[in-house]
Design a protein around this ligand. Structure first.
Ligand code: ZN
Length: 387
């Protein structure tokens, strides 16, 4: 006799599945895991964008047992691929909205593979150059205007910056100001050091080139524009090999709103001692009050899922400094349910956070504060009310 998982039995009965805050299940997940065991309450999510503009006391409290554990914010999302066809914009909006996402950052993608290469993913095409470009940002700007959505708040991001060659960045920001006045309010994801892209002729930033960022970092700081940086912490041979680069960025630009993508982790750094990693993150967060971390990318959850007893207390303690995201790349060839799967994997840790951390990270408090947006995260219902 087949024994159905409890969650599936409850789902078949039409009842929501209880969130189980067990420390053992924690940072868990893998990219191939199907989300069939999780309640699909997202498609009919009553938390509309308009509802989040209401003052907190006019919003219903958030019932974590009955409402999704996935976040209202995807702060790390690539609406266009490295090359080839993207998911069409209306389908993309519907995909995000159906998953309960109400706020999304449009990160290019900034690096475009050579136009005549026929490539759509960089790892499939070693030797083909991927260069930072304005192309996808401009398409994203056009499509956001052409396909407005009143249930999805899209933050456009400048992703063209070449951090190894920063000379013309301010000039190009002026081009954006002329062509898309006031529309781009984020920057990144920009690559300081991305080892996975080295075979595609990615030129990492250096201590010298970081010093040359000053003019454009001043523009971002003055405008309050956050910048998301992909900066590999290191690799399994030397887990902190590239830490001096990020430290130099933070020392040189302590007043900029800097978001460190993936907490510096990557496929190349899959076996770092989690205590050492968390200690480095804490030290930098304590030293640089404008630094935030993004916990996007299913790779993190595949590689570090067994370390929930270390990461969950860390995320709870530093919950005002964390942003959620999928790092989904919207290539046209992806199956329709791929986004839901990646959102599921990258959200599992949110399920086991404490209520305050869940409100800060998943329900948008941190994002609204960082962006100074006039939206309000609902408060989590006290235990005992439907819990
Ligand atoms: Zn990314």
């Amino acid at each position: 006799m087949d024994i159905l998982p409890l969650s599936r039995v409850l789902k078949s009965l039409g009842r929501p599945v209880l969130a189980v805050p067990l420390a053992a299940a924690l940072f868990s997940g893998c990219a191939t895991t199907n989300s069939a065991d999780t309640p699909d309450t997202r498609s009919a999510n009553p938390r509309t964008l308009a509802s989040l503009a209401l003052p907190v006391d006019q919003q219903a409290c958030y019932d974590r047992d009955r409402e999704p554990f996935t976040p209202l914010v995807d702060a790390h999302f690539h609406p266009r691929p490295f090359g080839g066809a993207a998911i069409p914009p209306q389908k993309l909006h519907a995909m995000l909205e159906s998953q309960g996402v109400r706020f999304v950052n449009y990160f290019g993608i900034g690096q475009i593979l050579e136009m005549d290469s026929g490539c759509s993913y960089y790892l499939d095409c070693p030797g083909v150059t991927a260069m930072p470009s304005i192309k996808n940002d401009f398409v994203n700007g056009m499509e956001t205007v052409a396909y407005p959505s009143d249930n999805l708040h899209i933050t456009l991001s400048m992703t063209f910056m070449d951090l190894a060659h920063p000379d013309n960045i301010v000039e190009l920001i002026e081009l954006y100001d002329r062509e898309y006045p006031g529309m781009f309010s984020w920057s990144g994801e920009l690559n300081v050091m991305k080892q996975a892209l080295l075979k595609n002729n990615h030129e990492p930033a250096t201590l010298e080139s970081i010093d040359q960022w000053a003019p454009f970092m001043a523009v971002l700081e003055e405008r309050g524009i956050p910048v998301t940086l992909h900066s590999d912490l290191g690799n399994d041979a030397n887990p902190t090999q590239f830490l001096p680069l990020m430290k130099h960025v933070l020392e040189t630009y302590p007043d900029n709103k800097i978001v460190w993508a993936h907490m510096g982790l990557s496929k190349e750094l899959s076996h770092m001692n989690p205590r050492q990693h968390v200690a480095i993150m804490k030290e930098l967060l304590d030293s640089y009050p404008h630094l935030m971390l993004d916990i996007s990318w299913d790779v993190l959850y595949n590689e570090y899922h067994q370390w929930g007893d270390i990461y969950v207390p860390f995320l709870n303690e530093y919950s005002t400094r964390i942003l959620p995201g999928t790092d989904f790349v919207a290539a046209g060839y992806k199956p329709d349910d791929q986004y839901a799967k990646e959102l599921d994997v990258t959200s599992r840790v949110l399920k086991v956070l404490d209520d305050q951390a869940f409100q800060n990270i998943a329900l948008g408090d941190n994002f609204f504060r960082l962006m100074e947006l006039d939206y309000h995260a609902p408060t989590v219902c006290p235990a005992g009310i439907n819990r």
